[in-house]
Design a protein around this ligand. Structure first.
Ligand code: PLP
Length: 477
């Protein structure tokens, strides 16, 4: 507990206070020209310990998976074993120059090659490129592959991509960047793609469909093989958004269900911490007829040696060098550590944990689609008069939990999208349930508590639009 007040470092400035003492100068002073010197620096004058305390205090205000439960739906905020950090920070990897050439980087190339093979196997695909740096970046790579493939077979007039109304916003954005027009496919009453509506949208301008499976409602798209056949028969290709792969590893291979190209988020499923805007990987996997179009370079094996090669009809580079290499090391270490059975248990436990929470909460937080879920589920937060999902989310902060994703997907009013992940214990899940039930009680008896939350943070409710659009990033006295 903090007994002392938390002063802003600027307010404790005292003239002459210093963090270090320099030795007397033994060279003659050489003053800068007057017009180049600053009259007033505006920096606080403080001692070293004050600076250390200031930054340490700031760092403790961060919320992270290493501090508490973080059920942010669709983001797979799971614990990533520290052993993989150790592997990624090995000096042999860390100090390797990206231009060193094949001869001195055989180990790194072998790792890239083996990871390509492992991910192709996990997804049921033929070939993989590890270039893209994020999920959205992988989507862009994937739809560019579709564009170039269609052009190569004389179907360049296909310029429409179909996207379900439950999709992540990055899907239509990636299509637009690749020059496609998008059309929205409605969901049926069961939360899955409305097959009849889809059928009516098919024509010779359709380039393909982007399917997220399980979708952002946490529901498995049972008709995926049928949908893929409809699209293929109509001359299009099927893009799979693999951000939710955590529900499927070792259980289901999307590449065997009719999906032609898919990205995986290594920073969600395969052990790279994320959420702070750090490096990620949205590697793309394809069926054999699309392999020549992959972004490159990719790692290849020639006899006993490994090398880099550009696929013959490559869409080109998505990124400088070979992708975010540290992320690749973590993913490889993670896959080898777990093996096939371990990866299967990841998926099974992520689904079990989500269903445990769903079953405990659904009486208090209603579901729009009342059925078993995959790795996440979407509840609704308008549970009492004058209470919105935003109030529930903010009150959870007072209970020490990171709020779930809110107001997404757009097709569920007052959405609360909860993804516990497989790495949380029953004790943590129970503590979260207890907090949620207690908030549901407060919503009925003391709604003003929720409307005023959070009350335990340095700042309460922000104008989030203004905070994003006009951020104030420096101290203004
Ligand atoms: C996270 C996510 C994306 C985008 O991934 P980024 O790495 O954030 O660009 C796309 N689709 C779905 C369903 C996601 O959850």
């Amino acid at each position: 507990m903090n007994l002392l007040p938390e002063p802003l470092i600027f307010n404790v400035s005292s003239p002459g206070a210093q963090g270090c003492s320099l030795p007397e100068s033994d060279v003659p002073p050489s003053p800068l020209p007057q017009d180049l010197t600053r009259k007033h620096l505006g920096l606080p004058e403080v001692d070293e310990l004050t600076v250390v305390r200031h930054f340490t205090r700031l760092s403790q205000k961060n919320f992270s998976i290493d501090t508490n439960f973080y059920p942010l739906g669709s983001c797979t905020m799971k614990y990533n074993p520290k052993a993989n950090e150790v592997a990624a920070s090995h000096s042999g990897w860390k100090s390797l120059h990206p231009l060193i050439g094949d001869r001195y980087s055989q180990g790194a190339l072998e790792l890239v090659f083996r990871l390509q093979e492992s991910l192709a196997e996990i997804g049921g695909f033929s070939a993989v490129s590890l270039q893209p740096a994020a999920g959205a970046h992988g989507e862009l790579a994937g739809v560019l592959i579709i564009r170039d493939y269609l052009e190569s077979i004389g179907q360049g007039q296909r310029k429409t991509m179909l996207i379900p109304d439950s999709a992540h916003g990055t899907n239509p954005a990636s299509c637009t960047m690749a020059g496609f027009a998008t059309r929205t496919v409605p969901s049926g009453n069961d939360g899955n793609i409305d097959i009849k509506a889809l059928e009516a949208m098919l024509n010779d301008e359709v380039a393909g469909i982007m399917v997220t499976n399980p979708n952002t409602l946490g529901l498995f798209e049972r008709n995926i093989a049928k949908i893929a056949k409809m699209i293929h028969d109509a001359g299009g290709l099927v893009y799979g958004d693999g951000a939710n792969m955590n529900a499927l590893t070792g259980v289901f291979k999307p590449g065997k269900s009719g999906i032609d190209v898919m990205h995986f988020n290594l920073h969600k499923t395969f052990s790279t911490p994320h959420g702070g805007g750090g490096p990620g990987s949205g590697m793309v996997a394809v069926v054999s007829k699309l392999a020549d179009f992959l972004p490159g370079p990719v790692a290849v094996k020639q006899g006993k040696k490994f090398a880099l090669a550009m696929p013959p009809a490559s869409i080109g580079r998505m990124k400088a060098f070979y992708g975010n290499f540290g992320v690749l090391v973590r993913a490889y270490a993670y896959i080898r550590m777990l093996g096939r059975d371990g990866l299967r248990r990841v998926a099974e436990n992520s689904v079990l944990n989500a269903n445990y929470l769903r079953a405990k909460l659904e009486r208090h937080y209603p579901l729009k689609y009342k059925k078993a879920c995959m790795h996440e589920f979407v509840a609704m937060g308008n549970i009492a008069p004058g209470i919105r999902t935003l109030d529930i989310a903010k009150r959870l902060i007072d209970y020490g939990f990171h709020p779930p994703t809110i107001y997404f997907p757009l097709i569920v009013p007052e959405a609360l999208m909860i993804e516990p992940t497989e790495t949380e214990s029953k004790a943590v899940l129970d503590a979260f349930v207890e907090a949620m039930l207690s908030i549901a009680q407060e919503a009925k008896t003391k709604p003003e508590l929720l409307n005023a939350a959070p009350t335990t943070t340095p700042v309460g409710r922000l104008d989030e639009v203004a905070a994003a659009r006009c951020p104030v990033l420096c101290y203004r006295p």
